[in-house]
Design a protein. Sequence first.
Length: 454
Amino acid sequence: GDWVEADLDDLALSEDHDDSGPLPVVAIVGRPNVGKSTLVNRIIGRREAVVEDVPGVTRDRVTYEANWRGRRFTVVDTGGWDPDATGMGLRIAEQAQVAVELADVIVFVVDATVGATDADEIVGSVLRQAGKPVILAANKVDNQQLELEAAGLWSLGLGEPYPVSALHGRSSGDLLDVVLDALPETPRETFATERGPARVALLGKPNVGKSSLLNKLAGEERVLVDPIAGTTRDPVDELIELGGRTWRFVDTAGIRRRDRELQGADFYAAMRTRSALDRSEVAVVLIDASEPLTEQDLRIIGLVIESGRAMVVAFNKWDLVDEDRRYYLEKEIDRQLVRTPWALRVNISARTGRHVDRLVPALEKALESWSTRVPTARLNAFLTELVQQTPPPVRGGKQPKILFATQASVEPPKFVLFTSGWLEETYRRFVERRIREEFGFAGSPIEVTMKIRE
Ligand code: GDP
Ligand code: GDP
């Protein structure tokens, strides 16, 4: 049916979305002037995306959150990425490529009154290989006569062209229905609800107190032993109730058995640690606070970093640390953990039970950080402001820009910055630090990478 103004109510923009988890991303691609931003305006239901009559005008904001028939999603208008007309073919192909990388569904907008141009063919060929749903919108079909023109776009090899008029709203509701059908189910990413117990690797060199801590945590409660059949090393997981939730401590056989030679030999110790990390989501690295930090401690921390898991560092045997030495020890620890300032730290005593109750909140926070997804619109709003306040340093006479950013994954969180030029390492670290501060990734590693669009 035709678009009616009343439908605008269905398209109410959600203002408050921060706690909502990840939204599927719909990218709008197409060469300049085909009506992408007009369509985005239709989709988000308000006149916010600036429509300019100048072809290829650069727009600052490119992401919007939309809601159609109760389904919420992020719309990315890739129109803002066409700064000028030189090398247009390449630019367009790149734009399509980027859209493919970040979107769940791609809406490819073609001007039906013009037909498929060379640039459209280029985009078409990129999108045909995308492996993602592509919806071909034949725009500017303002009346029925023009629908015949739309049919000509079958030639792009992207299936049925959907005739719409973004300007007048004609059939845009139908188009959105098709988009909705193509959206993936919004993934639920809270580790607690979907995946059963959170999985913890309890790590540390021999004699650091792993076994004592495990006993302390299990306490009087029933410890469920869960042997996995058919494995040679018989890793045994223990399920322990803590803070109202079940935690799976993976591969505790070695800890319980006091498998000293396995733990002691570097090679096997590393192998065992790696396999425990593979099976877990968060690591507790126990360190003996009564002794200087050793190579072995740092090696274990290195393995956790390599694994991309969330991490809590627990300084054990705190009861052996003199009151007056504690302050200096804290400073020393800060200095030695410079590589992982994000790791959460607790000072405990497995023997006396001191502050052992702080371990679970730390684990919970680390896991929460590890699974956090920052909504694309919020991330970009934050970065826009950040770059305004502190622009990237000029390089070779040019000011690189962050054009767009997206969180490509969770567990661990990875961010991709699409930039117009090389960002200095120090600036990238600065951005990473600010992302951490803003969105609170305590206890989790995060990765910030850059993709340059020349
Ligand atoms: P973009 O560069 O792809 O984002 O294109 P715009 O949304 O800025 O639109 C380019 C021009 O096409 C503007 O003058 C729009 O008013 C016009 N336009 C967009 N959609 C339609 C449509 O459905 N029908 C007609 N006749 N014009 C349209
Ligand atoms: P594991 O090899 O890492 O499993 O370490 P154990 O749990 O077997 O502990 C090694 C030794 O350190 C044992 O003698 C424990 O009693 C002792 N130990 C463990 N935790 C603490 C603690 O918090 N304080 C003190 N003083 N000793 C501890």
